[in-house]
Design a protein around this ligand. Structure first.
Ligand SMILES: [Zn+2]
Length: 81
């Protein structure tokens, strides 16, 4: 489950929330109830170990290019089938 970071626009409080992709994004600060802004997660999409692109799929010209191929994958990578 990915981890999201939110920053409160009112008090500046930054907190993390682990949510499913299907969950609604948070809109309220846990501290003061003010509006929050979603931050780019620093680690939520990091894959441990090799990904599908390490298994020969990168040689497949039909495979969509992943912009994060060198850094451990991204949340938008299609699953290898
Ligand atoms: Zn706040």
């Amino acid at each position: 489950m990915p981890m999201y970071e939110y920053e409160c626009q009112k008090c500046g409080f930054v907190f993390e929330a682990r949510q499913k992709f299907s969950d609604e994004p948070l809109s309220e600060c846990r501290d003061c109830g003010g509006a929050v802004k979603k931050l780019i997660s620093r680690s939520g999409f990091a894959l441990k170990g090799g990904g599908w692109y390490d298994q020969g799929y990168s040689a497949d010209k039909s495979a969509p290019k992943c912009p994060a191929n060198s850094g451990g994958g991204c949340g938008g990578c299609p699953k290898a089938s």
